[in-house]
Design a protein around this ligand. Structure first.
Ligand SMILES: C[S@@+](CC[C@H](N)C(=O)[O-])C[C@H]1O[C@@H](n2cnc3c(N)ncnc32)[C@H](O)[C@@H]1O
Length: 257
């Protein structure tokens, strides 16, 4: 497995994954926009929502992954896409909306980056962000647990330590409010209905498991996944109809400059 993101794996749960960006966009207080940029656009599912909402705007999708950008260009051939790393990217002038669904949890020291990007927007410009706030959920906690307890432990020690809890809403408020006219912060807890525990494993193969799986050889990766799947099955017992609920808390921030 390369370090690149796989668009195909990510889109296996497209309906569920596109609900948070819909909920985020519903709270963006802009009637119209000149330039809208989708940060970490992935395969273009969030970009498509932005094009529908702002048909007159120039909509640009940015991502660091060539595979994601390839898929996004295929899906939205008329839209502009570019490769960029958000850690050192800045918005061009006259950008009205920076939209970032499910990306900043991957960006080192993301609070500082959020503040820098917000500061670069013109008065009235909006930064809209959604991040999973699920590090305490079994699906995430079990990744680190499994990483620490098998023959892969030494190889994965740094990965297991890398994913921190998100800062609290209070911390984001204190950081961003001094440069905002309006700031809206909230959580939504989704309960996604999944076919069974293996579907939870498939879901995270497209996101949170990637850093754990990519350093491992095929055999070791299979061992890691088998152990993770066994623990997931215990942590997410079937409902009466055999399905399981994937509890998924997410943090939303809409900041207006
Ligand atoms: C979970 S996907 C989100 C895709 C889409 N925005 C959505 O709403 O479903 C996260 C995306 O962020 C991209 N990404 C991760 N780190 C990045 C960085 N530092 N700069 C730019 N993109 C990054 C990944 O390549 C991936 O496509």
């Amino acid at each position: 497995m390369s370090d690149d993101w796989s668009a195909r794996q990510y889109l296996k749960f497209e309906d569920e994954r596109t609900r948070p960006p819909r909920d985020l966009l519903a709270r963006v207080p802009l009637q119209s926009a000149r330039r809208v940029i989708d940060l970490g656009c992935g395969p273009g599912n969030s970009t498509e929502l932005l094009l529908e909402r702002y048909p007159q705007a120039q909509v640009i999708g940015l991502d660091s992954s060539p595979d994601m950008l390839r898929q996004a260009r295929q899906r939205l051939p008329k839209c502009e896409f570019a490769q960029a790393d958000l850690a050192d990217w800045s918005p061009p002038e006259r950008t009205d909306l920076l939209f970032a669904n499910a990306v900043f949890q991957w960006v080192p020291d993301h609070p500082a980056v959020l503040r820098r990007l917000l500061a670069a927007l013109p008065a009235g410009g909006v930064l809209a962000v959604q991040m999973p706030d699920n590090t305490q959920e079994p699906a995430l906690a079990l990744m680190s647990e499994v990483a620490a307890s098998g023959p892969w432990a030494a190889q994965l020690a740094l990965v297991a330590a890398a994913r921190d809890d998100l800062p609290t809403p209070n911390a984001y408020y204190d950081l961003l409010k001094p440069i905002c006219s309006q700031l809206d912060i909230w959580h939504t807890v989704y309960n996604h209905v999944m076919a069974g525990p293996d579907a939870i494993v498939e879901w995270f193969k497209g996101s949170g498991l990637r850093p754990f799986l990519s350093p491992l050889e095929d055999d070791t990766r299979r061992g890691f996944l088998a152990e993770y799947a066994a623990r997931i099955a215990r942590a997410y017992p079937p409902r009466n109809d055999g399905r399981v609920l994937l509890r998924f808390p997410r943090l939303f921030i809409v900041a207006t400059r």
